[in-house]
Design a protein around this ligand. Sequence first.
Ligand SMILES: [Fe+2]
Length: 318
Amino acid sequence: MHYPLTPIHCRPWTLNGLSMKLIESHYENNYGGALRRLNAISASLDALDFATAPAYVVNGLKRDELIALNSTLLHELYFACLAFGEGRPTEVMAQALARDFGSVDRWRAEFVAMAGALAGGSGWVLLTWVPRDRRLVNQLAAEHNQGIAGGVPILALDMYEHAYHIDFGANARAYIDTFMRNIDWKAVQARYEDATQVAPPRPLVQPEFADLPSVSAEEVHAMLARGEPVQVVDARPRHYVSRTQDIMEGATWRDPERVHEWAGELTKSEPVVVFCVYGFHVGCRTALALREQGFDARYMAGGHAAWRAIGGKTRSVG
Ligand SMILES: [Fe+2]
């Protein structure tokens, strides 16, 4: 595949405190260099016979491809983040930053401190939208190939020395301040609006139990911590429990094959939380059987494994 060049988006002569010489060198040598490397690597990969190529060749080319591709993409974002301005976020971005960082000042302090922490080294500081959590985060990418999986970067600050040395020498702090003044916030807002249209990963539901009420392990943890009345039933299959060593603290084990025998020992005046090993069929079926008998029963999503994964307390049995 051949990657086309993206023309420089910012107007270098309008920038406040970043010289045309610096921007041109950065664009032509570093962005252009990354793109040329990417296309050379891509051509090598296109010509490669993967069935016979040595592993180190495949490894090396694919690693170099990732670095060159991300360097290309981030540089395109960087040049699209710059415009002459006051460095003040638009109203939409100010609200988004305040929502996710507490305030614009707090976001700025973190972003600038992260850039300062890279001074003398190299890397990127990125403002990235994470669709899974529907929020913005500041992230460091000490190399071109470090990015939040599934994240959408909307603002990029290049802290490689080539991005400032021509104008600022070793004074990275002056470069950071100048960059912050030249952020094109309207463009950032446009990318933010596009990024927030990216759908989060779809929830992982068991299709046959999609309508059955569930509760997360975190919620159960909070209910127990608050001392809320709740009957917690460990309904892991007998063959599983007989070789296991621990049980969730506050839970009572019941044989899921004998719901009709023990259901009468529960009270209908308190909710019931049921779980099995991983939260698939057994816990769901048991919760369903209890609901059919009139209990306010829900299954704990993720089961015993989820409880342990959140660091929930267990006690040993046997
Ligand atoms: Fe760069």
